[in-house]
Design a protein around this ligand. Structure first.
Ligand code: 2AM
Ligand code: CA
Length: 270
């Protein structure tokens, strides 16, 4: 195991202890936006992880949810979401995660997603496969959309653009076996990697939400792209991740809905 993966795992587990301890308690909640929440635990976890990474990798850049950061040009950069699924966490719902990824020159190299409530540690290293609690994981063998269980999320602008997002929800409700909405994009991706879901799509996520899950899905044999089935850029607006076998069917449906009646999402600028 590389030093980067070992350090990321230790820090994710340390942050996970803070989350688990606070999960059943009442939280102080600050609003970054109408539906965008942050708590002192998000900030404490982020500080713990950043301090730990700086100690071992002082030269590396860091992009983290609660600290302002710009897209790095090149070289090694860590992407940190101290709590992915903050809304679940605030409500005491035990489904949230710590997400840490190392991207070098735009390619993901190391990824860790830790779900403290379930004690599940997902990890991957480029070229070395993906694991759950040190056991190798692989995407599902499901071959058609019709037989697939998918997961999605409703973005931060859902109150203003609900009609737009519900069109996709309806289309997949009618074309897939079923569709879920769990509230942690990092875990949605890991659950695709573990074969629990066959595919995932969402809009408006940030690179710290998707960077780790991206590598974990790819290393588990799945495929990650934008909605057009092109390559994935974690700084882009849209993500589709599947077991690979249903990828073309999923992206074709996403593109079809997008083009229907010239329907366009209103401006999603934050
Ligand atoms: P978070 O809990 O780290 O904020 C749920 O569908 C997903 O959307 C979660 O991964 C959640 O990440 C993310 N999310 C929630 N609010 C968001 C916002 N304002 N901007 C971007 N992503 C957001
Ligand atoms: Ca977060």
């Amino acid at each position: 195991m590389s030093e980067a993966l070992a350090v990321a795992q230790v820090l994710a587990e340390k942050a996970g202890h803070l989350i688990l301890d606070a999960l059943p308690r009442e939280k102080r909640v600050d609003h970054k936006g109408v539906v965008d929440l942050v708590t002192p635990v998000d900030r404490a976890c982020e500080k713990l992880i950043i301090d730990g990474l700086r100690e071992t990798f002082p030269e590396h850049r860091i992009v983290a949810e609660e600290s302002a950061a710009e897209r790095p040009d090149a070289g090694p950069c860590w992407y940190i979401d101290p709590i992915d699924g903050t809304c679940n966490f605030v409500h005491g719902l035990p489904h949230c995660s710590v997400s840490i990824a190392l991207i070098v020159d735009g390619r993901p190299r190391v990824a860790v997603v830790y779900d403290p409530a379930k004690g599940e540690l997902f990890a991957a290293e480029a070229g070395k496969g993906a694991s759950l609690n040190n056991n190798r994981i692989r995407v599902s063998p499901t071959g058609t959309l019709d037989q697939s269980l998918l997961v999605t999320g409703f973005p931060y602008d859902r109150r203003d653009n609900s009609a737009f997002y519900l069109r996709y929800f309806e289309a997949f409700m009618c074309n897939a076996q079923d569709l879920r909405r769990y509230g942690s994009a990092a875990l949605d991706l890991c659950w695709v990697a573990a074969g629990r879901f066959d595919g995932f799509f969402e809009w408006g996520l940030k690179p710290w939400d998707t960077a780790a899950g991206w590598l974990i899905v790819e290393e588990a044999g799945g495929r990650v792209s934008g909605f057009e089935g092109d390559g994935f850029d974690p700084w882009s607006d849209r993500i589709a991740a599947t077991n690979g076998a249903i990828h073309d069917e999923v992206t074709a449906l996403l593109v079809k809905i997008d083009g229907e009646a010239g329907y366009r999402a209103p401006d999603r600028a934050k």
